[in-house]
Design a protein around this ligand. Structure first.
Ligand SMILES: NC(=O)c1ccc[n+]([C@@H]2O[C@H](COP(=O)([O-])OP(=O)(O)OC[C@H]3O[C@@H](n4cnc5c(N)ncnc54)[C@H](OP(=O)(O)O)[C@@H]3O)[C@@H](O)[C@H]2O)c1
Length: 333
């Protein structure tokens, strides 16, 4: 099969399109012919050496959708499936076990024509979604769902701020929050992405490049957010504390801007703010996310689809944060 393997740390050119042996499913595993693979910032972190326990070379890619070719339960054969991107959450829904892993390092990932995964990681693709749209969901959708629903405890009509709206997780968070009846405001570094977010129903949209942007956001929205979903971190966390209402929840799923160099501690305690961490989610949350997508007929935002053979160009686009929503590889081309 053709697959894109990261040979060593370095620029996107270290991703090489190779002919590799087809994966052989172990007991209990299914073989999926992949049609689409979604890219994630995780792929960039691994390539840059900014991820834990890196083992290379490895076929990266955590998001995959395709057709099941072999499975222990024959009812799966020929079905369109999207793959749960992680395995081994463990018995406590509050936190993952030490055996938790994400597809695409160290285990073979989805930047390939075929993948073998435990049959328990297969879910049927909602009928209204293409393979590319299904492959936009796994990591970002699961992360967005747990951040909003489980950790964020989103309430109907609540004002939720979603930061860095161009991001894959952020665009799905906006769509999920709207489907769940929330009022959504956003920030971004790009005027184009702010305009797109407004067209998707954002009630306020401001540039995080402006000083004290949070004042403008609260003015546009007519009040402060009581829930904030953030994947950027960095010193911007202080702006989020300034933006938030009293007793707000700030749910943090990433740190694209790394850790803050300073933290406005008085704002945390005077405002009685909860800062909550979250990561990916359980299999049950993945299935609940898919049900929400199906019920509300949500269509993920896809920026561009590249052929598998152009994985280098696709990864460069992601690294530059030039995209709005997800970047997808077509594994059949
Ligand atoms: N914990 C988990 O399970 C989990 C899962 C998925 C992702 N993550 C992490 O979450 C982060 C986002 O992931 P992703 O896949 O959605 O990434 P992505 O698609 O590459 O998007 C990153 C986004 O960060 C935004 N950003 C950059 N500087 C910002 C700032 N100063 N303030 C606010 N936003 C800023 C940009 O938004 P604009 O383009 O709108 O400016 C950019 O689009 C990454 O750090 C990733 O590692 C964690």
């Amino acid at each position: 099969m053709r697959a894109v393997r990261l040979e060593r740390q370095g620029p996107p050119e270290e991703l090489k399109l190779l002919d590799l042996p087809d994966p052989a499913p172990a007991a209990g595993e299914a073989l999926v012919r992949l049609h689409a693979c979604g890219l994630n910032r995780r792929d960039v972190w691994i390539r840059q050496g900014l991820y834990a326990r890196i083992q290379l070379p490895c076929v990266l890619g955590s998001d995959g959708a395709g057709v099941v070719e072999q499975a222990p339960d024959r009812k799966w054969i020929g079905k369109r499936a999207v793959i749960i991107p992680c395995y081994g959450w463990g018995p406590d829904p509050k936190v993952q076990s030490r055996d938790f892993f994400i597809l695409g390092m160290p285990r073979q990932g989805t930047m390939a024509e075929k993948i073998a995964v435990p049959q328990s990681m297969l879910c049927e693709i909602p009928a209204h979604l293409s393979f590319a749209e299904a492959a936009a969901l796994p990591v970002a959708g699961l992360t967005a769902y747990r951040a909003l629903v489980t950790r964020g405890e989103l309430r109907k009509d609540e004002h939720v701020l979603v930061t860095g709206i161009g991001g894959g997780v952020a665009t799905l968070t906006l769509l999920f929050a709207k489907a769940l009846g929330a009022r959504v405001s956003v920030n971004s570094g790009s005027a184009e992405k702010l305009a797109k977010a407004r067209s998707m129903g954002a009630i306020a949209a401001v540039s995080y490049k402006e000083k004290n942007w949070e004042k403008e956001l609260v003015a546009q929205a007519g009040g402060p957010p009581s829930l904030i979903i953030d994947g950027a971190g960095g010193d911007g966390l202080n702006n989020l504390l300034a933006a938030s209402s009293g007793a707000a929840r700030i749910v943090v799923y990433g740190a694209t801007r790394l850790s803050p160099s300073k933290l406005d501690m008085p704002k945390i305690f005077f405002k009685q703010v909860d800062i909550r961490g979250t990561t990916m989610g359980t299999d049950d949350e993945f299935r609940a996310m898919l049900q929400l997508v199906e019920r509300a007929r949500i269509q993920p935002v896809i920026d561009r689809v590249f052929p598998l053979s152009q994985a280098v160009e696709a990864n460069r686009l992601l690294e530059e944060s030039a995209q709005m929503g997800k970047i997808i590889l077509d594994c059949t081309k």
